[in-house]
Write a protein that binds this ligand. Sequence first.
Ligand SMILES: [Zn+2]
Length: 91
Amino acid sequence: MAKTTQGTPEELALMTPTGSQGVPLDLSLVFETGPEPMPNCAECAMHRVERERAKACGDGSKRSDINVRLRRHLADKHAAELEAEHAAEHA
Ligand SMILES: [Zn+2]
């Protein structure tokens, strides 16, 4: 997995999953499901298709790589939408 030293707080939050007590979640579980692609976005759809293909091939490292790219894309392009969604969940 490529490491990055830069990123917005939202991106860093997305890239460092932690439990409610600040305990890191089981990474295999995170990579099993991965981030949720946004609907009505061609790039998200592309990542989803690639991930499904890697999953079908049993290519775990590629799937992890796609999840990293998708997570980065979500933070880059959908931060506002995700924040609105998050706010709605806790309204
Ligand atoms: Zn997208």
